[in-house]
Design a protein around this ligand. Sequence first.
Ligand code: DGL
Length: 262
Amino acid sequence: MIGIFDSGLGGLTALRETARLLPGRDIVYFGDTGRVPYGTRSPETIVHYALQDMRFLCTEGVDIVLAACGTVSSTALCAIRGGFDLPVIGVVEGAVQAALRATKNGRIGVIATGATISSGAFAHAIAELSPRAAVTSVACPMLVPLVENGYIADDNPVTALVLADYLEPIRAAGCDTLILGCTHFPILTGAIARALPGVTLINSGAEAAKLLAAQVPPTQPDETGQIRYYVSDSVPGFARLASIFLGEPVETEVTRVEIERY
Ligand code: DGL
C-alpha cells in the first residue's frame, strides 16, 4: 500500500498522478488540514509534524511513502528517512530533473513556501546536477491560503494580483522554466501560465509520482485500487475542496485522525 501525505490539500496533486499511473494500487492519503500551513513554521516543527504524519501512515500498513509536500521534502526528508525503515520519496528530485530536461536557456525559477526557499533544497539540487544553471527562487507564502480558500480560478483577480507581484523576479530573470515547488501550486497552473506566458511549469507532485511509479510494482495481489482519505480537521470541507484538486468527486469516506496522538 502506498502512503501519501501533505500539510493539507496540495498533496492531492501528487495523489491524482499516482492513481493515474498506478490504478491498481491501494493508496492512503493523509492531509494535515488541522495544522496547515507548514511552510511558515520552523524546521524543528516541520520535522516534528512530518514524523507524526509518517507514524500515522505506518499504522495503516504502507510500504512506501510519497512526502507530497515541498516543505517536508526540503526540510524533513533526512529525518524521516532516518526514522523509518521504508522508502520515502520527496518532491525535489523529480522536479529538478524535469526542469533541467525542459530548460533551453538554463534559467530556472523556483516558487515555494518560505521554509522551502529558506532551505535552499531546490537550488542546491539544481546546482549539483547542473552547476551552470541560474536559479531564481521566490517564497510565495500567500499562495497556500489562497488555494486552501478556493481562490483558484484562472482569472481570480485577487490571485492574479498576488501572482503578478511574486512572479516579477522570475519574469525579470528571463526564466523559461518554473518549478512549482509547493504541491498546492499546480492548482493555480492556469493563473500562473497567464502571468508567465510561454514559461514551462513543472508540477513537483506529479514528477514525484512518476518517480514513485517507476519504483513500485503496478499491481499487488491483495490491492484493488482503493483510495482512503484521512485528515486532521473538518471532514466536509476537505471533501468539497479535494474534489477540485482531484478533478473528480471524493466518493470514499474521509476519516478524521487525532494526529497529535502519533
Ligand atoms: N503543499 C505544501 C508544500 O508543498 C504546503 C505548504 C504549507 O503547508 O505551507 O510545501
